[in-house]
Each structure stands twice: as structure tokens, then as C-alpha cells.
Design a protein around this ligand. Structure first.
Ligand code: FE2
Ligand code: FE2
Length: 183
């Protein structure tokens, strides 16, 4: 592989614009993740599942703090949809947890699978342009995959209606990514 930046076509965003979009959407996504887990934690009673989610939530806060720092340092405009993700993330977390611990875990599996693809694509695109950011995203991606694995170990795929929960949450997550990249 060469270190040359990938070819740009007329009308493609410049690297600076591309990086700003990446930081905006990732900042929004990590914020959404903290809200999902907050919604779940507020609903779930004490137990093994809750402890696992509290651990995931702590890592999401760390991811969010990192993107928060980068957004400020590089003067990237945060998403205009922040208030929406505040409410929608929390609602998704609370609703999934109201369906039970396994449904809450099914929600995590779906979100993390979308984030995994999303971060993988970004890390590849950034490789030559901003290697440090690419590495950070890869490190966070590893955390997200660990969350997915933990959720599976907590019975996610045995949740009643797993396929439906997965499809709905994935569609919502992809829409949130699409919107936060642009707005
Ligand atoms: Fe995260
Ligand atoms: Fe996560």
C-alpha cells in the first residue's frame, strides 16, 4: 500500500472538511451512546447486566471526552442535532431496558455492529491523512467490539424479537450517523 492520499474527484470534500465531518459525527455518536446507556441504567435493577452496562457507559464517557476535546481543539461545529440525540438516545436505552435485560443487550449489539463498520471505514480513509486520529478511532472500535461481545455473553441474541430489535436499532443508528455527518 502506498502512503499517497487517496485520489479525490472534483466535488469531493477536502481532507479538512472530511475530518471535520468525521469528528462531528463521532462526537455525536459517542454522546448518543452515553445517553442510551444512561436510559438503560435508569431502568434496570441491580444485577450482573447493570454492572456490565455501567462498565460500558464509563468507556463511552471516555470516548466522548476524547472527541469533545478534538472538536474544541479543531474548532469543529458540533452537530445541530445534539438535543435530538439527547432525547432519542435516552429513549432508546430506556425503551430497550423496559423490554428486559436481554433486549437492552440486543440494542447494544445492534448499535455496536453499526459503529464497528462506521469506525472501520473512517480508520481506513484516515490512515494516510491523519494517522493519529485513525489510531484513536481503531482503539475505540476495539472497545465497541468488546461491548458487542459482552452483550452477546449477557444473552442479547436470546432476547424475544431479537431480529426485529436488531433491524430497527440498526436502521435508526445508520440514520443518526447520516444526519450527524451532514447536520
Ligand atoms: Fe464509544
Ligand atoms: Fe460502545
Amino acid at each position: 500500500m502506498s502512503d499517497a492520499p487517496p485520489h479525490r474527484l472534483p466535488g469531493d470534500p477536502t481532507p479538512a472538511v472530511e475530518i471535520a465531518r468525521i469528528l462531528r459525527v463521532d462526537h455525536a455518536g459517542e454522546y448518543g451512546a452515553t445517553r442510551i446507556y444512561q436510559g438503560q441504567l435508569d431502568v434496570l435493577g441491580h444485577g450482573r447486566a447493570r454492572d456490565e452496562i455501567a462498565h460500558m457507559a464509563a468507556q463511552e464517557k471516555r470516548h466522548l471526552a476524547a472527541f469533545d476535546g478534538m472538536v474544541r481543539a479543531r474548532r469543529v461545529r458540533p452537530t445541530l442535532l445534539h438535543p435530538l440525540w439527547h432525547v432519542a438516545g435516552y429513549a432508546l436505552g430506556a425503551a430497550s431496558a423496559l423490554m428486559g435485560e436481554r433486549a437492552a443487550m440486543a440494542c447494544t449489539v445492534a448499535v455496536e455492529e453499526v459503529i464497528d463498520e462506521h469506525y472501520q471505514g473512517q480508520a481506513e480513509r484516515l490512515g494516510a491523512v491523519d494517522p493519529a486520529l485513525s489510531e484513536t478511532i481503531e482503539a475505540f472500535r476495539a472497545d465497541e467490539l468488546a461491548h458487542r461481545q459482552a452483550a452477546i455473553e449477557h444473552g442479547a441474541t436470546e432476547a424475544p424479537g431479537y431480529e426485529v430489535i436488531s433491524a430497527v436499532v440498526k436502521t435508526g443508528s445508520r440514520l443518526a450517523i447520516w444526519l450527524s455527518t451532514r447536520l
